[in-house]
Design a protein around this ligand. Sequence first.
Ligand SMILES: [Zn+2]
Ligand SMILES: [Zn+2]
Length: 427
Amino acid sequence: MTAAATNQKVCPECNAPITVHPDFVSWCEQCNWNLQPIKSEHKANAIEKIYLALGKKQSSVLFERFAKQESLQSKLTIGKIIAFLIATIVFGLMGALIVLGVILVLSRTFIVPLISIPLGLACFGLVWLMRPRFSKPPQNILTQEDAPTLYKVVSKIAKELNADVPEIAVDGKFNASMGKYTWRQREIMTIGFSLWVILTHEERVALLGHELAHSANNDPFRSIYIRIAFDALITWYWLVKPAAIYDPATGFWGILYMPFVLFMYLLAGIAWLGAFALIHLLWRDKQRAEYLADNLASSVSGTEAVTTMLKKLPVSHSLAMALQRFVLNKRWREGSLFEFLKEQAVSVPETEIKRLVRLEQQEGSRLDVTHPPIALRIKMLQEQRYIETPQIGISPEEWAQVEDELGAIEGKVQEKLVDWFRASRGF
Ligand SMILES: [Zn+2]
Ligand SMILES: [Zn+2]
């Protein structure tokens, strides 16, 4: 990623020299002048806001603590025990509602059946609304026949990390992810094409290594018990939260009704508190898991490849704008979207990468609020033992085959991405 600098200028704030690249933002490395000329439009949702608030206060404190630790492996902490207990209470409450429902429906002598049966059914209804919901599997899942070499590459890395080989899916995203889907908990790794194409072979090993490390450490699985409880609490919150304490349209009855409304507020508050506590308690463990995944990735790809891969995450994301312009100008008909991305990525100068990484550390610019800032992830790698030689050797022929296998599905992924860009013109 190099481009010829055409000009030098001086920072208006601190007089430090600034290298100017005509197509990129001029900014000052010394004092962060003009680091973010256009403020990000992304509005965080309620859960992202909690993550951001936690990250702002604790990212660097946690970094210091983890950097001093001998190992990043998971440990049993009080926070985890409390989170487990909260989740168990939620499941207990759901169980109690079922029992209450059965008693109400069956014990006709207990209360008049006309009231008890509907009440009992309402209990079942509540549990039904709070039931576990499993994510649908991603589209474009590749079978072993579709992509035998890609599966072979993934198996090699998985074996080295003691991970199971997941199913592999591809989409157009600027990211990759590992997740469990459906009630059967199918483990599926999704590779985002927009990121994949701008990575070198070694960086691809690093990316796959990071995702497979999550699977080896059981990160997605460990959270399922908690996640179901968390989802149930959020549903509970939306179900019982009243729209307002008093609605003038209801007149006198509205006033009589107020104690009941306040009671509903209290119930909603309890649910919100429970959900907030769960995120809070597990946030630290999630951060640790990310640092550990980077660490394990470097054991298969070498430290250098993980570092450069991490630097490309914000680059890939910043190219989204250029990609959208490309799509809206209908230029994609002439050439592949992903070829265009590749060309763009090589022209990004080192100063721009540095700016994007530094910007990403700031609140509101975070690509993925659940991961530690990229700058800290890179710093953590520097604190650890430098691994020079990659453990995994994949031949150029194998990579060429992977390219062919993925090339077969590229058109489909591109179409989806084009549709998405068109649908979100305001993006
Ligand atoms: Zn400056
Ligand atoms: Zn991760």
